[in-house]
Design a protein around this ligand. Sequence first.
Ligand code: COI
Length: 359
Amino acid sequence: MNYPISIEKVSYSRVHEVDFDNLLFGHSYGDHMFIADYYDGDWRDCRIVPYGDISLSPATTFIHYGQSIFEGMKAYKAPDGTPQLFRPERNQERLNISARRMAMPDLPKEIFMEGLNKLIELDHAWIPTKEHCSLYVRPFMFATDDYIGIKPTQNFRFMIITSPAGAYYSKPVRVKVADKYVRAFSGGTGFAKAAGNYAATFLPMKEAREQGYDQVLWLDGRDFKYVQEIGTMNIFFIMDDTIVTPKVNDSLLDGITRDSVIQLLKHLGAKVEERELTIDEIVTAYREGKLEGSFGTGTAATIAPVATYNYKGEDLDLPELSQDSIIYKVKSELEAIKTSKTEDPFGWVKKVKVDTEVV
Ligand code: COI
């Protein structure tokens, strides 16, 4: 191994303090965390340590300039108790796509995969087994130069933390279509999982919430015409028996759940189109009674139906998706693949070997 990992285990596990029957998203964190530091031109000091606070200089680059990226993925248990991950190599590849855009070093696949597997192996008791629950895994990288001037950064930290999680949205989502703010534009960072992309959406989201909506649907930053994504999710529309989703470009995230859903839909014989999609087309389809429904996809959100779009002050209330809809079929099929309750014809699931005694 080029990057050996040292392990310091907790002396007492907090897992028994977790109420696995009432899990929310992002409220408690696993016993351990993975850390690797980048300095003198390479990644070093790979280690797993007890989860806890980290100490940083107040001048640390990412705090001031937001040079920080992240990923989101999930671990599940198979019926025989084997921990497993869903498409982790896609997260590893996407982390490095984000890193390049943000002038950060690539993280070697070995560090990502070994760190991830060891962490899940150690904290496998934290993986919930209840339906719609999972262990959310958050890998992230940030710039750690102790310097408040602006220059290419030399020092970085990569970490992985875990959090047992329930459903992200508990009911169909109410969405406000952006008419004032922009999330991304061509040539920007929209395709990267960069912290600042999310920071810029907090004010629009706060305003949308004050008006009774859960999320914002972003339009393109030039013409306010083309549909992009919903910050926490990619977006799909069912029109004329076809499922349409915006084609990936440099202003929106190439979602892993998005890709899995497209593959599953096609596998089940549905007609799927990835193309440019205007908000006018959606509104026209709605007015003509051709908009059969809409849903978002994301790692945290999985597949979440949309109840309403508010566009220019008008609520477009969508028909409720029937329980026999292909969307629910895809949702349960995806859940069954992730938990090995059915065949995985795509080779998406990666088992985690458990050798270590749980503390
Ligand atoms: C994910 O789905 O993993 C995300 O990163 C969305 C998030 C901001 C919760």
